[in-house]
Design a protein around this ligand. Structure first.
Ligand code: SF4
Length: 370
């Protein structure tokens, strides 16, 4: 149950964290329905043909997140684009010669693409598609929290606005958060972490580093339940449980593998197991099934003993991306993402710091934000 955004949660660290308004989720679900509504006869084929032609005409490349619909991921791959997490999406855009990047994902991903590719035009099918972690970490309240703890190094997860990144010392993905926090602790630095409380607790528990943790959460990952997974395991006793660390601690405890989107896809490929219970957004099944067509992927249940509904785990903001608004944005060349130059330069510093950290440690990957 969400409260109004004007209400604030008082965390144990005195952070004044806004609580997500239920109507924002409902608005996103309504917008997503327009994209997922049944196609008229021939509409889907016509849209795909139009998008392919417009991508060429606009010198554009489509980069899609793992959590978008299978048809968008397939289209990205068929047209020479890319499917990945947000940082890899931005990096691909940087290396690709196209002058326009079409980012199918959520707003912070479009912003990250712009921060790393200022010379390119970045368009999104719907720039109102956002993320509960981003919404629950507005820059003013967050800056105040940072100001109250000036002796702490500010580490923020990739799922944040450009303004919040600009206020940070480090940006991290879930794939590189542990070594960076360990490194900072080794430098005797105190860590202030934002915005995801579950990922923050996981990093704290795994590294043993005490952190000040902002109390945001992902509305999707927070719904998974350990009891639901245990019950499903009774039916599929040989299944391996794959869990994204944005999930609650009790869900992480029942996991066989905890990791970033990329790590979970890799685990599904390499593990000698035929059935998987997956606790993350089900858009990821497209890449998992593509890599292992013979394996069975089951959605981890959410609240309720037998809750296994397919649609309830769809991120409503990711689902705002569809063929219809993708064709429109290519036709109209609108929905451009801009990041104020001063903010962009400041946000680039902690992003670059993370990438340089990874470069010096070739065994590490920065991949893995949601
Ligand atoms: S799945 Fe969660 S973390 Fe990912 S974009 Fe949606 S709300 Fe944000």
């Amino acid at each position: 149950m969400y409260m109004n955004t004007t209400e604030m949660n008082e965390s144990k660290n005195q952070a004044r964290v806004p609580v997500l308004a239920e109507e924002l989720v409902e608005q996103a679900q309504a917008a997503a329905l327009k994209q997922t509504a049944d196609y008229a006869p021939g509409e889907r084929e016509e849209l795909i043909a139009r998008i392919k032609s417009l991508l060429l005409k606009q010198d554009a490349v489509l980069v899609a997140h793992y959590y978008t619909s299978p048809e968008l991921q397939q289209l990205a791959e068929e047209t020479g684009g890319f499917v990945a997490d947000s940082l890899e999406m931005a990096r691909f855009g940087n290396e690709h010669p196209a002058t326009t990047l079409i980012v199918a994902g959520v707003r912070f991903m479009g912003e990250t693409a712009k921060i790393l590719n200022p010379e390119k035009r970045v368009l999104m099918p719907d720039p109102a598609a956002t993320c509960s972690l981003d919404l629950e970490c507005p820059v003013d309240a967050f800056s105040q929290f940072c100001d109250e703890h000036p002796d702490h190094t500010v580490v923020v997860y990739a799922n944040t606005s450009a303004e919040v990144k600009a206020r940070a010392d480090w940006v991290v993905t879930s794939g590189i958060a542990l070594p960076i926090v360990e490194y900072l602790a080794g430098q005797k630095q105190r860590v202030l972490w934002a915005p995801d409380k579950h990922l923050g607790s996981y990093v704290q528990k795994s590294t043993g580093v005490e952190m000040l943790i902002w109390q945001g959460s992902c509305v999707i990952h927070e719904r998974f339940t350990a009891d639901g997974i245990k019950n499903l395991k009774l039916k599929y006793p040989g299944a391996a449980v794959l869990v994204h660390p944005e999930s609650p601690a009790e869900v992480i405890e029942v996991a066989d593998v905890v990791g970033s989107t990329t790590a979970l896809i890799n685990a599904s490929k390499t593990m000698d197991v035929q059935e998987f219970i997956v606790a993350t957004e089900p858009g990821i099944f497209y890449k998992m099934k593509q890599a292992s067509p013979g394996k069975i992927f089951l959605e981890a249940p959410t609240g309720g003993i037998s809750a296994t509904c397919e649609s309830c785990m769809r991120c409503p903001w990711m689902a705002m991306n569809g063929l219809r608004n993708l064709a429109e944005v290519l036709e109209n060349v609108n929905n451009e993402i801009f990041v104020e130059e001063d903010i962009r330069r400041k946000a680039l510093i902690p992003l670059q710091r993370m990438m340089d950290f990874a470069k010096k440690r070739p065994s590490l990957k920065v991949k893995g934000n949601a």
